[in-house]
Design a protein around this ligand. Sequence first.
Ligand code: CU
Length: 148
Amino acid sequence: MRRLAPVTLVTAAALVLAGCGSGDSGAELSVGDAYMPQPVSDSMAAGFLTITNDGDAKDELTSVTSDVGDVTTHETVDSSMREVKDIEVPAHGQLVFTSGGSHLMFEKLKRKPKQGEKVTVKLHFAESGTVTVEMPVKSATYTPKTGH
Ligand code: CU
């Protein structure tokens, strides 16, 4: 039994460290690069953003809501879109919604967002709760500068 003692100590220390984060979950989320290209359609729009998790635990984006309309999360597969749910934000990783890839899909728009406005989007996470993002509306052809 004595040989097991060091292992037990290490496990206990790890648990203490995991409990030191700012949230209860251990996921530490931040949102960046959010924007919506000014929609060309009266009823539909797309939104893009990057969710970064600096924490030691994964989280999950379970739903998205906005006051401008219905929001779903889509991924693009072979140039067609399909809805995805409960998307993982890996520990020390990112969930990226980018033009040509996954995106937020706004439908049944109550109003048509215009360039220069901001759209309020609420991201609902399994562990971290709700994160509110002010998403600026850019020109219809806007593409962000990448870090490459
Ligand atoms: Cu879509």
